[in-house]
Design a protein around this ligand. Structure first.
Ligand code: PMP
Length: 390
């Protein structure tokens, strides 16, 4: 059966007319529940059955530098990268993590140099992903220190620059910005997949992070992976994960391998039909961005980033980025966009968490159809003329 991309959700709760007006729409988190519908339609092909005797041992592949990496998961992720063409995988070590959140912490541990007096600086160009400062500062570590916006970073010494491309929250494709030596780049490619942005070339960097959450939508499986060139850095990342959680759930890795296999099989057999995960998500994002831009235009109170189109080598399509988040700016006289939208029962995350001002908010566009539709409709009805009636 072909998968439809219509906006009627099969999983939405039953609602009644009038009720929607009062419903709080929570788009604060980037919870990728829009993928549920795809996987429901895939059905049993993506089901895994794990017998009781399986996954007993801590170990997965004792000969591998990453000894808790399930070989089938490694095989399927290499296959998917090859099909999509979004990352160079040759001469890289794969480190699996409990989400890329754990891998980020493993990178901090791996790059820090114990014994050095000054902690290593951690920076990223604003607006940056709000978890970077939160995680970096969480343990008040003496090994590393959050130094904020990479664009205004001028401190001496070693530093780590986080390059998120496409960026969370604003969706732009990015390059490193710090123009001095002594730095190590960490590329977060959570969104470098063809439903969000054109795949222009395979990414080829020393430390690259990926996550299942934004690839197939399985955020709850908590699986991420790093492609790491340097053996010593990869080894220290593995050491961190050993200390932190003695490895990564085998059950999750086996499930991840299965969903990757289904995605790769569908790409190979029907690249341009909606049976492919990337086609399903691509069309849904096209529709969501079109509706959102129309609503913003109708309202006249907000603005959104504009993107230049690019050629996607995976699909052969020429298209504009259609990010997982809307980076919305409230126009005057609204100063605090988050509170303003909250007064309209729309929960978002303020620009202040991303190193910029409160005129901006980040809004997840990966939620279920009914929530996104209601959000877009509500936004389009916020007008200057009735501003003071809210
Ligand atoms: N990096 C970026 C840029 C993200 O947006 C996210 C998810 N919001 C993550 C990392 C973390 O993903 P995971 O679910 O794999 O921990």
């Amino acid at each position: 059966a072909h998968l439809s991309v219509s906006t009627t959700s099969s999983s939405s709760p039953t609602t009644f007319p009038g009720e929607d007006r009062h419903r709080v729409i929570n788009l604060d988190h980037g919870d990728p529940t829009m993928y549920e519908r795809f996987w429901q339609q895939v059905g049993d092909k993506a089901t895994v059955v794990i017998p009781g005797w399986q996954s007993i041992s801590y170990f997965s592949d004792i000969g591998n530098l990453c000894w808790f990496l399930e070989p089938e998961f490694a095989k399927q992720l290499l296959r998917l990268h090859k099909i999509v063409g979004n990352a160079v995988t040759e001469d890289r070590h794969i480190v699996v993590g409990t989400g890329s959140t754990q891998l980020f912490q493993a990178v901090l541990y791996a790059l820090a140099r114990p014994g050095v007096e000054e902690p290593i600086s951690v920076v990223s160009a604003a607006p940056y992903y709000s978890s970077y400062p939160a995680i970096t500062e969480s343990l008040k570590s003496g090994l590393y220190k959050w130094e904020g916006d990479a664009l205004s970073f001028s401190k001496e010494g070693q530093f780590i620059e986080l390059v998120t491309s496409p960026n969370n929250p604003d969706g732009y494709v990015r390059d490193s910005v710090v123009n001095k030596s002594g730095g190590v780049l960490v590329h977060d490619f959570a969104y470098y997949w063809p439903q969000y942005t054109p795949i222009t070339s395979p990414a080829d960097y020393d430390i690259m992070l990926f996550t299942l959450s934004k690839t197939t939508g399985h955020a709850g499986m908590r699986i991420g992976w790093a492609l790491v060139k340097d053996r010593e850095i990869a080894k220290r990342m593995v050491k961190y994960i050993e200390l932190n959680s003695i490895g990564v759930s085998k059950d999750s890795q086996l499930r991840a391998a299965k969903v990757f296999k289904v995605v790769s099989d569908s790409c190979e057999s029907s690249r341009d039909t909606t049976e492919s995960l990337f086609e399903f998500a691509y069309h849904l994002m096209v529709e969501r961005w079109q509706n959102l831009r129309a609503a913003v235009k109708r309202s006249g109170m907000f603005s959104l980033p504009e993107f230049s189109p690019g050629l996607c080598k995976f699909t052969g399509r020429f298209f504009e980025p259609q990010p997982a988040f809307a980076w919305l700016k409230c126009e005057e006289p609204i100063e605090d966009c988050e509170s303003f939208l909250r007064s309209n029962k729309i929960l978002t995350r303020s620009g202040t968490h991303f190193g910029v001002g409160p005129q901006y908010v980040r809004i997840s566009l990966l939620d279920r159809d009914d929530n996104i539709d209601l959000f877009v409709e509500r936004l389009s009805n916020i007008r200057k003329d009735n501003l003071y009636q809210h």
